[in-house]
Design a protein around this ligand. Structure first.
Ligand SMILES: Nc1ncnc2c1ncn2[C@@H]1O[C@H](COP(=O)(O)OP(=O)(O)O)[C@@H](O)[C@H]1O
Ligand SMILES: [Mg+2]
Length: 281
């Protein structure tokens, strides 16, 4: 039987980084004798033939539709949970994370911002406080409020956008560790630092350096992958005085940057994992 799969990408994807990821995976799967079609999200893509789909979009509707017919890497529920930082926080209950307060969803046009709620947020989390939109990536939707005025302004701007408030881990400002996991194990690890911004994302000007994952990082990463049932992910770890804290989990983490920094062939490792899951079990 011919082995064949799909790689589904976002309907609007244009950037080289986003287009490189599916090509590299296709190449590594071809090396294993698996024929892979790269398709853009849409009605025909959802009807395409394949034994499995590497789902590089975050469209939870498409993921559910496709999962009725084939094995998804990552699974639909994992993609959905990771795409929403508040859902991730809730799913990781009991695993070390910075203290977090959810925004309250607002469905009422012109409703005033509730000062008592902001009193609670500042009482629990202090200043500066991190504010994140639940959907965001590359540091683009993550903010820092240094005082009440900035907090009020952000709360007003995000009134109709689901978001969260999070304890700022000062020791980790501009510094975190990104680990890539495949099949529940850390396969690549880099420390990221940014001298000019508290966000250490490479896209926000952070610099990556290869580092060794220690036992505590590996254990934490294993726990996260098992809890969320992830085949592949990038986990951001903050470095707090009390140890590592899970900052966020990316089910669709780009691997181009970390491959360059660490020399690890992440695409090949992921392709091997998919092959084992699909054809060797
Ligand atoms: N609670 C926090 N304390 C200190 N720094 C943080 C905190 N949360 C996020 N950061 C910094 O901001 C960056 C982006 O936040 P993250 O939650 O990973 O969102 P994104 O999806 O945009 O990468 C992190 O890599 C980290 O450097
Ligand atoms: Mg991140």
């Amino acid at each position: 039987m011919m082995k064949q799969g799909l790689i589904l990408i976002n309907a609007y994807t244009q950037s080289e980084a986003e287009l490189n990821q599916p090509k590299r995976l296709r190449e590594e799967l071809a090396r294993l004798g698996v024929l892979v079609n790269i398709v853009r999200n849409g009605p025909s893509a959802l009807e395409a033939e394949g034994d499995f789909c590497v789902f590089l979009d975050k469209d939870k509707y498409a993921a559910r539709a496709l999962e009725r017919r084939m094995r998804l890497f990552n699974r639909a529920e994992a993609v959905e949970t990771c795409d929403d930082k508040m859902l991730t926080y809730l799913a990781l209950d009991g695993i070390s994370q910075p203290e977090t307060v959810s925004s309250r969803l607002c469905y009422t046009a012109g409703a005033p911002i509730d000062g008592k709620f902001l009193d609670e947020v500042e009482g629990r989390l202090g200043y500066p406080v991190v504010v994140k939109e639940n959907h965001g990536s590359l540091g683009g939707q993550v903010y820092l409020a240094r005082d009440r005025a900035e907090l009020s302004k952000l709360a007003a701007r995000l009134q109709y956008v689901p978001h969260l408030y999070q304890k700022f881990i000062a020791e980790s400002s501009g510094r975190d560790v990104r680990v890539i996991c495949v099949g529940g194990e850390v396969v690549a690890c880099m420390q990221r630092t940014n001298a000019r911004d508290f966000r250490s994302n490479l896209a926000a000007g952070g610099r990556g350096e290869r580092c060794e994952a220690d036992a505590a990082m590996r254990r934490l990463a294993q726990e996260v992958c098992a809890r969320l049932d992830l085949d592949y992910c990038g986990i951001d770890l903050l470095l707090s005085k009390e140890g590592y804290l899970v900052c966020e989990v990316n089910s669709n983490a780009f691997f181009g940057g970390i491959e360059q920094v660490t020399g690890v062939n992440v695409a090949a490792t992921y392709a091997d994992h998919i092959f084992t899951e699909m054809y060797k079990k």
